[in-house]
Design a protein around this ligand. Structure first.
Ligand SMILES: *[C@@H]1O[C@H](CO)[C@@H](O)[C@H](O)[C@H]1NC(C)=O
Length: 430
């Protein structure tokens, strides 16, 4: 009964969203699925609202308090479920260190150095929440401030404060804070007097005040319809140590040569009303023109678990890909139903297409990043469209960042100047 109601609500939301925007039906990617989310069907996702309002979604009376990465303190222990015959509490994995609850915020950042398996101390099924562990109760509380040095393209391959491994965690799930530039583009809407967040697309933070996404994600939405969420990891729960940051969108600029029917030049810039605070889980991606074509990553939340009202985790997914030469990509796409006269526009770049590689788990507007050779990552593409999903020999198609890098930078500088946000130095985007 409850499930049926849920499905009806979700369907209703999808119908509302799909009929709300005057989007044209597209011809090319008819059966695009998760990763290359069909641009004419906005996905409906009920994301939990931020910490304070999100209380009704958690079984716990209170979540641990924290202050934008400036150290954190534990909520009173009696707000956590008891375990280990009352000697321990069920807490999020990042608060547990060697079986003892961590109360020193700074110490959390040492967990990854020891390469602990945070799930190792999980005692069977005593703690029911995903990534909660049974931890011995602490002796003292002593929060400390944490400093963070921002840098574009920093991938935290081992997570920000702990590497998550073990049962229930899959290889295609990103570590917490692994891709700090990853953004979720959302739309707030009132449904049955309740404000819900509807997921539209992925995006990437290229400047503390600028998010890059696909033009086909924007459709007819206005800046005032949109919000951007940064530092998000599991869309269904708000248990992360470093909370996500939500920003209103003040201005939207779509590329002047965007062709909705063919998705040429599908670039859009979202300017945030207040700059993001750069923290270990929220930072920018680089915008370089030279990068490796191998060991690139696409990330996205996909759609498979959305709308489950917080019952299941929906952790950011990642897939490793290689970038194609455009001519070879055009040839490969001509073997599909696109036909032998298909012409791949210069504004595209292709990636993926290896059999067995799941390239579907993500969304339109999400970034494709490649290593620039010094350990940092630069954005190479924006998820645009595909033919099918993860089919051998058929790559996914992305907007080519290099192709419009000048427009991205010039437009950003112009709008930032108009917004009276300090314009970055010429070297910033490198
Ligand atoms: C992307 O665009 C740039 C500039 O137009 C071009 O030099 C580059 O070859 C393109 N990338 C690929 C993989 O085709």
């Amino acid at each position: 009964m409850k499930m049926k109601q849920l499905i009806l609500v979700v369907l209703a939301v999808v119908v509302v969203v799909v009929t709300a925007g005057p989007r044209e039906r597209r011809q090319i990617p008819q059966d695009c699925q998760w990763f290359e989310s069909c641009f004419d069907e906005t996905l409906a996702v009920d994301l939990p609202v931020n910490e304070a309002e999100g209380a009704e979604r958690t079984t716990r009376a209170a979540e641990p308090q924290q202050n934008q990465g400036q150290g954190q303190t534990l909520a009173p222990l009696d707000t956590y479920d008891k375990c280990n015959n009352g000697r321990g509490s069920c807490v999020p994995y990042y608060l547990c260190h060697d079986g003892d609850i961590v109360t020193d915020g700074a110490g959390l950042f040492d967990i990854r150095l020891g390469d602990l398996d945070p799930l190792a101390s999980r005692s069977s099924s005593e703690c029911s929440q995903f990534l909660d562990v049974c931890c011995n109760n602490p002796q003292t509380e002593n929060p400390q401030p944490i400093a963070y040095q921002a840098h574009c393209g920093r991938r935290n391959a081992n997570g920000v404060h702990a590497r998550i491994t073990g049962t229930g965690f899959q290889d295609n799930q990103a570590q917490f804070g692994e891709f700090p530039w990853m953004a979720a583009v959302l739309r707030k809407e009132k449904i049955h007097d309740k404000e819900v967040n509807l997921y539209i697309c992925g995006g990437s933070l290229i400047h503390p005040s600028v998010v890059l996404t696909a033009a086909h994600c924007i459709g007819s939405w206005q800046a005032s319809d949109l919000v951007v969420r940064l530092g998000e990891w599991d869309t269904q729960r708000t248990y992360e140590l470093l909370k996500h940051q939500e920003r209103k969108v003040r201005t939207v600029v779509v590329h002047p040569d965007y062709v909705p029917r063919a998705l040429h030049n599908t670039y859009a810039l979202l300017f945030l009303d207040t700059p993001a605070d750069l923290t270990p889980n929220v930072d920018t991606v680089c915008l370089n023109t030279a990068y490796n074509y191998g060991n690139c990553w696409a990330t996205g939340w996909g759609t498979d678990k959305y709308g489950q009202e917080g019952e299941y985790q929906n952790v950011l997914k990642k897939v490793e890909l290689g970038v194609w030469n455009n001519k070879e990509c055009e040839n490969a796409l001509r073997e599909t139903r696109l036909g032998k006269f298909f012409k791949l526009d210069d504004s595209f770049v292709c990636a993926g297409g290896l059999p067995g590689q799941d390239t579907c788990k993500g969304d339109g507007g999400s970034p494709l990043v490649c290593p620039r050779g010094d350990g940092f990552y630069t954005q190479a593409g924006i998820v645009a469209w595909g033919i099918g999903c993860g089919e051998a020999g058929v790559p996914g198609v992305y907007a080519n960042i290099t192709h419009s890098r000048d427009w991205i930078i010039q437009t950003s500088n112009q709008v930032l100047e108009a917004m009276q946000v300090p314009v970055p130095a010429a070297t910033y985007w490198n």
